[in-house]
Design a protein around this ligand. Sequence first.
Ligand code: AMP
Ligand code: ZN
Length: 117
Amino acid sequence: MVGEPQDDCLFCKIAAGQIPADVVRETETTLAFRDISPQAPTHVLVIPKVHHPDAASLAAAEPAIAADLLREAGQVAGEEKLKSYRIVFNTGSGAGQTVFHAHAHVLGGRGMQWPPG
Ligand code: AMP
Ligand code: ZN
């Protein structure tokens, strides 16, 4: 069923507390934790606790939770004292998505190039 936990999903397991993570914020609907392989001085992932394969699918199915995710990304940036930061939603393997549970990357603490690679 849409939004149900998936047995083979790493982020469902982190959301359920079955796999440890360096959690920085938690709400009823979201969890924010540090990326295990940081690409910037601050690199935090914000996930919905419900399973959707990518950010657009989440927004289509549960728009209020998609809004929670963005709000939390902003809260993380504030707590990390980031004046400038980037929120990234890799979508599809060709764009670098490796975990098919919606997540926002919050990256900051260094200069950023545009366009991204
Ligand atoms: P993406 O490539 O956009 O799907 O992002 C998945 C992210 O999850 C990558 O940046 C990984 O470094 C990160 N990641 C993978 N396993 C873990 C883990 N156990 N804890 C925290 N971050 C992880
Ligand atoms: Zn999942």
